[in-house]
Design a protein around this ligand. Sequence first.
Ligand code: SF4
Length: 264
Amino acid sequence: MTQRSVLPFGRTEVSSEELEQLIDKEEAAIQAEKGEVENAVQQVEDFVDSVPDLLKWLEQQGRKYPWRATNDPWKVYLAEILLQRTRGDAVEKMYSDVVQRFPNPEALDEASEEEIKELVHSLGFVNHRQKTLKEVGSIFTEQFNGEVPDSVEELKKPWRVGDYSARATQLFARGRSMALVDANFARVIGRVFDYEMPQQPHKSKDVYALLEALTPDEPDVARSFNLAILDLGALVCTPDDPDCESCPISSACHYYQSTRMEGN
Ligand code: SF4
């Protein structure tokens, strides 16, 4: 069943007591131990305690992109394709043009390669993106009656559409509580838990299992939780220069605690 979320961020006021019911802490600790996290039970406990502050931070600092203001699976899916290997700010500049020009899969199916390339050229990876978009148009039109399919596996049918885009569509458009894994998630969770991330975290069953256990089992909170980690990774917990002093989850972060101790 599709659930309409509170837009743009989902529910951002959640108590620790509620999170106790929504997050599988026991499973999260088991998965964290597999990733060689020390004191996994306490680490998970501390992280869950910090989530209410993380969600409050999202409400104040989260990015209000236009694709976060809709539950329409087509608009959300299209945004996820445009966001592949691309910054949100770049996609924001041309997103409304693309949505207007391609209001449904049929419109994309009927468009010429040149027209698609011209619309998306500012994002780079033009040939790749064009090929993916063309397949999205033709596969959804021919195999799904012009609708956006309703399963992760089917959403991954077009060329180079992976788990992240498919799962993000199910989570953000259809209110399915599911975990996302990309570079931002891997960095934030890796630092907070001192979790040994594999080379390709988005292909790791163990990383997914940890994130699945940590993701609150309620669609509007799963939405806010995932958006919060995503935005924290993009705005605060950046690859080279994390701004730990203004981070809402620093009290639960192994990286912060250890760098602070080194500085003393
Ligand atoms: S405290 Fe620093 S390292 Fe830890 S999550 Fe926040 S920004 Fe990232």
